[in-house]
Design a protein around this ligand. Structure first.
Ligand SMILES: [Fe+2]
Ligand SMILES: [Fe+2]
Length: 167
């Protein structure tokens, strides 16, 4: 049985989408506020955004997308999703190389936010509904995704603030 603690694959991934959206909103708020203290917080937020998205993309690519490739007969949807991950990774790499949270970083974070918004919309509106009607055990996949996510977060050595809630 699915509970709030044990999310199925789509619920777990969408919880990540929502969590990272909050980080983007907070970044945008600080970018609007400006000032030196905002710059330090923006840098930390940008690192969290990049870290969370990197783990999220990796668990989708390792576990969720391959399972869907087997279960639904629409490889083009998964090809497109993977191409969008690649574009996001290029933006993430650029953001991670920036030494300070200046206007150039604000622009890159805003660009990443738009790219992720588009990608999440496709996952929510196209991939997840197809996964839900396919012959795929979303509860078992959810458990696998959660386990791999915890491994990757632990390996990164810096658990995100909400990691405690996942235990
Ligand atoms: Fe996703
Ligand atoms: Fe994705």
């Amino acid at each position: 049985m699915t509970t709030l603690v044990d999310k199925d694959a789509c619920e777990l991934l969408d919880a990540d989408h929502i969590a990272v959206k909050h980080l983007f909103v907070e970044y945008a708020r600080l970018a609007f506020a400006g000032g030196d203290s905002a710059a330090a917080q923006k840098l930390a937020l940008a690192q969290s955004i990049c870290g969370e998205l990197t783990v999220h993309a990796q668990i989708e690519e390792e576990i969720f997308y391959p399972a869907l490739r087997e279960a639904i007969d629409e490889p083009q949807l998964l090809d497109e999703a993977e191409a969008e991950h690649q574009q996001a990774k290029e933006l993430i790499a650029q953001i991670q190389q920036m030494p300070a949270a200046d206007a150039a970083m604000d622009e890159l974070v805003a660009q990443l936010n738009r790219a992720i918004e588009h990608h999440v919309k496709e996952e929510r509106c196209e991939l997840f509904p197809k996964a839900r009607i396919a012959e795929v055990d979303l509860d078992a996949l959810g458990a696998q995704l959660k386990e791999r996510q915890q491994e990757l977060v632990a390996a990164a050595g810096k658990p995100p603030g909400r990691a405690a809630k996942r235990k």
